[in-house]
Design a protein. Sequence first.
Length: 292
Amino acid sequence: MLVAPVFIFCSARSGSTLLRVILGSHSQLYAPPELPLTHLGVRAETRWIRASLEALGLTTDDVENMLWDRLLADALARSGKPTVVVKTPANVLMWRRIADIWPDARFIFLLRHPAAMVASLCKSWNPDWHNGQDATPDRVIKYSLRRMGQVEEARSALPGLTVRYEELTANPAEVSRRICEFLGVPFEPRMLEYGKFDNHFARGLGDTSANIRSGRVQAAAPAPQASDVPEALKEMCTAWGYLDPAPGTGQRDRLSRRIPLNSWPAVKTPRRTAESSSAAAPSSAPQGSTTQ
């Protein structure tokens, strides 16, 4: 069984490959290439095996959970490191199940300007990895918003650390120190020289651009102007603190509390229960984490 695994919950093109290779260059952290867990399933196709599972008190979901845990535990053991960091944007779509399978898991929520993520995904979109579908603006926005929404739900429900891509690229040492503090490991300067280590870049398993392959943290592109943000993304941009609420509307964000661009909360927030989340009014304080 895995002990205290780390999961990065994020949307596509949020900078998760950069965060993966930085953390994977730490002597105590193993950050393998992407592994979309829901694509690795278990089927009980015959009456015989269904009866066997029932006799054992197991479901196919139970067996899938065991499979995923064993796969990650085996990869971690072969790495020789004590802690696994799992980075796959698609996994945020099953964040509740992940939290149930590994109740001692730690969570990092990676944010980036929503319009920047969508623009980057439009450029990198490969129909071969999206059922032959082309990257129309509406399709990419819908695809991205689904994942951003799940990131926001997970960030509101689970204890963890929020990291912003913009801060990671502007102040990589400071942000990396904060992440190490959160994970209970010492900061190692070598993390920022990830090009010296075998972090495995492969097509379809995250970013493989020249920037990421340079081996050094590159500056982020300038943030999109407010006037260039698609209307469909404005609510999420406001929720994540990248846009101010429209004047005179009093709008904050119905999705979550807004996070200031330079907040570094000192402690994790406790995991909510159904009772506490329904009984208590939402606080306006930032969610526990780091940002950029």
